[in-house]
Design a protein around this ligand. Structure first.
Ligand code: OXD
Ligand code: MN
Length: 580
């Protein structure tokens, strides 16, 4: 296979000249190709077969122990003007970055195969979808991109019809943390990633294209690329509302997107459109709509069990690739809080015994096709996307942020998103459990200056006929002894129901300084082991705490100087005065 697109041929030739591979392979995305790559990786030891009786077509990949998460400190956005990327990104001048990267890529594929992966982000026939081509020397990346995107011939056909495409160049290099960089050139729709074979660093369609480059492209073209799940909530009466929800990495997006209604909620259904990324467009009638650019899930494994996420647990029993999980004596994948089995080997393949620390890496992952999800929405392939009733922001906050509140209006909603904060998780290589500002859960992913991004958000609201309502949720409140106040997981549906009732205009709410909260009687807690006092603290507004929080949000906004839209300062001042 090759292509009729001259630009693509010229680019692949240039890269082959630079990287000097032994062979060039154009990926067609066929099953035969995938089978061949898996066989090749089994032979080389890059993949290990898991127990095929209990987990048919499941494989394990052990990444280099120094290469287990996204590397935010080595991730750059390279633009002509440094002010365009803002204090939220690391910047390097494009010329210098290309020079540095090309020196790394020089001859790096000698003796290896260069794979050309044409891919499409979004339903293949959607006007909202966008194309890309990734070049890589990793067969693991090819197989994962095959699950995560619409990859191969169909994607190439879009490019051959003349669509612009994002160019992503990737090599695992020597997997040396000292020679590892993830560089983005949004003005040239180009990505260069070297020295990592892991997830968001290496599967370039995901964070690099669908968020960092796409957020830039979206600003230019008038849409939004967001770190959001998209979920449909269907009532027993058959009314479905779609919500787009932004949570930082490893805060339960996949679990919420595939939530299984608890026994108390007979007749309710949850439909997953996406679990990590949403592209949002205002349609001709002024309605905000969302597509999921991805075709699969790259989810955090630890904690997945039949109680927390039955759908995911079932989904990863076949045709899944596991990265950095442990294995049992009989070669089944194992992870912390799996609820069954005992690990024999840890994620690095070392014998494990109790007291040896975690057996699976806390950021160990599964890759599967979205079609394996029992809750996969029939609308996930709709080229028009789904209409969005509400935007939901959330973070992992031990204190302060109530279980749920609704912003007063779209502008306030943008401030709520901009002021989001969350405790850090193992999804990135840095200290875990530290509260940091993570606006719209996009801190690691927004490819341009946050101040301009907030202005763009405000404009999107103005273009809708009626902007969706905006909410903030926090499933992670704890008491002084570190016990969670809210049961979470499937029971989060109770909060989604309140959100939907608000969107449908069926109930009113308690107006407070920080936004609208549920009347305690409007939140259905029947059958939960939750005292009235606990519910009260989940829905309390700590005035002094919020005054301090808004002070910190003000300091944070000031870091972005005078590019911050006035509207955000005005809303912040309004809330502060309401708190007095
Ligand atoms: C992810 C992440 O992998 O956010 O989705 O880190
Ligand atoms: Mn994510």
């Amino acid at each position: 296979m090759t292509t009729t697109n001259d630009q693509l041929i010229a680019w692949v030739d240039d890269i082959a000249r630079l990287t000097r591979p032994a062979k060039v392979h154009w990926c067609d995305g066929s099953e035969a190709e995938r089978d061949q790559l898996i066989a090749q990786m089994l032979a080389s030891g890059e993949l290990l077969e898991l127990n095929q009786d209990t987990h048919p077509n499941c494989y394990l990949h052990r990444s280099d122990p120094t290469d287990v998460a996204r590397v935010e400190h080595l991730t750059y956005v390279c633009t002509a003007d440094p002010a365009d990327v803002g204090p939220n990104n690391h910047w390097m001048a494009p010329d210098e970055a290309h020079q540095q990267m090309d020196a790394l890529f020089d001859g790096c594929m000698e003796g290896r195969t260069l794979y050309v992966i044409p891919y499409c982000m979004g339903p293949i026939d959607s006007p909202y979808a966008r194309s890309g081509v990734q070049i890589t020397d990793s067969p693991y990346v090819v197989v994962n991109m095959g699950l995560m995107t619409r990859m191969g011939r169909k994607a190439l056909a879009r490019i051959e019809r003349g669509e612009r495409f994002v160019r992503g160049l990737h090599s695992v290099g020597e997997l040396d943390p000292e020679r590892r960089f993830i560089m983005h050139f949004p003005e040239a729709l180009t990505i260069k990633s070297y020295g990592s074979g892991y997830g968001g660093n290496a599967l370039l369609g995901k964070k690099c294209h669908a968020l960092r480059i796409a957020s830039w492209q979206a600003r230019d073209e008038g849409w939004l690329a967001e770190h959001m799940l998209i979920v449909g909530v269907e009532s027993p009466e058959g009314e479905t509302h779609y919500l787009a929800c932004a949570f930082p990495s490893a805060c339960g997006k996949t679990n919420l997107a595939m939530l299984l209604p608890p026994a108390s909620h007979a007749g309710w259904k949850i439909w997953t459109v996406g679990d990590d990324i949403a592209w949002l467009h205002v349609d001709d009638s002024g309605q905000l709509r969302a597509i999921n650019p991805e075709a699969g899930y790259f989810g955090v494994v630890p904690g997945t069990n039949p109680k927390t996420n039955r759908n995911a647990y079932d989904m990863i029993r076949h045709d899944a690739i596991f990265t950095n999980v442990a294995v049992t004596e009989d070669n089944q994948p194992w992870w912390e809080d799996k609820g069954e089995g005992t690990p024999a080997l840890d994620w690095q393949g070392r014998p494990w015994s109790p007291g040896n620390g975690k057996a699976a890496h806390p950021n160990s992952r599964f890759t599967v096709s979205a079609q394996q999800n029992p809750a996969w929405s029939p609308r996930a392939e709709d080229p028009r996307g789904v209409p969005i009733s509400a935007i939901v922001f959330g973070g992992r906050r031990r204190e302060l942020a109530p279980l749920v509140y609704e912003a007063q209006d779209w502008q306030h909603g943008v401030l709520v998103g901009a002021g989001m904060a969350s405790e850090t998780t193992a999804a990135a290589t840095a200290k875990v459990g530290v509260v940091r500002r993570d606006p719209m859960a996009m801190k690691p992913f927004c490819g341009y200056n946050f101040a301009d991004y907030w202005a763009h958000w405000l404009q999107i609201g103005e273009r809708t006929t009626t902007p969706p309502k905006v909410f903030h949720v926090n499933w992670f409140r704890q008491d002084e002894d570190g016990r969670y106040l809210w049961p979470g997981f499937g029971e989060n549906l109770r909060v989604l129901r309140w959100i939907i009732a608000r969107c449908a205009g069926r109930i009113d709410a308690r107006d407070t300084a920080i936004g609208r909260l549920p009347h305690p009687t409007d939140l259905d807690i029947a059958g939960l082991d939750l005292s009235a006092e606990t519910l009260e603290s989940l829905l309390a507004v700590d005035t002094a705490g919020w005054r301090e929080e808004l002070g910190q949000i003000g300091d944070y906004l000031d870091e972005f100087g005078d590019r911050v839209p006035d509207a955000l300062h005005e809303v912040r001042a309004r809330i502060l005065s309401r708190l007095d």
